[in-house]
Design a protein around this ligand. Sequence first.
Ligand SMILES: C[S@@+](CC[C@H](N)C(=O)[O-])C[C@H]1O[C@@H](n2cnc3c(N)ncnc32)[C@H](O)[C@@H]1O
Length: 314
Amino acid sequence: MSIEIHNGNSIELDYQNDFFTMIYFDPPFNSNRSYKMSVDSDVGFDDKWEDDDYEEFIDKNITKLHKLLKKEGTLFFHISSSCMFIPEKVLRKHFKFVEPIFWKKCRSKNNVKNKLGSVVDIIFKCNKIAKPKFNLVYQEKDEKYLKNSFNNVDERGKYSLGHIVTEKTKSGYKYEITINNKTFNPESGWRIKKEEVERLISEDRIHIPSKPNGNLYKKIYISENPGKPCTDLWDDIHSIGQGSEERRYPTEKPIKLLERLILISTDEGDTVLDPMCGSGTTGEACRKLNRKCVLNDANLDAINVVKKRLAIGC
Ligand SMILES: C[S@@+](CC[C@H](N)C(=O)[O-])C[C@H]1O[C@@H](n2cnc3c(N)ncnc32)[C@H](O)[C@@H]1O
């Protein structure tokens, strides 16, 4: 899959409108800091702004990126939770649908004395339409999840409970089911048709409640469960400093984070843009997942890091 690399100002990227299925935008955060790999290194960038200038910078970029994004596409805007106000204000001006993903990037901060340690970044998921391209992805089944969810057992093994009764605020299929001489006829109805419940009963796939007023459930065995459907709280991906990944650039993001964003919003062969790519994490993730990718950064040092990382001639 192709990877194009540009060294320039993001605002000057020259692509036709409605070109990209996903854009990952990880700009300077307005954090009032200079980022360097080490005190004597030149590799890094400045992040010191007046608020008005920062808002103008973000607004100009989002105006441009909104045009480049396909109608069914997704723009992800990555920002620290302590700097989210200006970006959110700008994003809501341009996009109809803006939803935060909360990324808990580290466990704790032992070096703070006068404020609460900041452990969360926000990734705003921005869409033009209510039903954009979307793939459900799963978080790995961790031990706590397995213990809490699969706490019933029969001769086939451990299982969790899948709802077959409609929730109280909705109205489902209406019929009676008799099992072990007991009749179930839930007020709100059933989520599935009678034949389906009868098939599950014949296969011993129905969990019968021990409580007198309990509901019937479908048994879901561990082997059939693909994992936890991803929520908007991501606490299973560590930042580069706390994980095993090598750091090549001061604000480098973990590859797993980019892989998940790409899987959620694109299919194989789609094209992804990272207009401020830093060390090129997006490029590496796209290559792994067979997506086309355009990378850009204003900083030549960053571009050199990208080329080395992706083994593309300097
Ligand atoms: C937070 S870092 C990106 C880190 C990247 N996601 C990674 O995983 O390595 C922000 C980047 O934006 C770049 N940048 C700042 N202003 C820019 C501009 N106007 N056009 C292009 N790149 C810019 C900086 O050089 C820096 O590399």
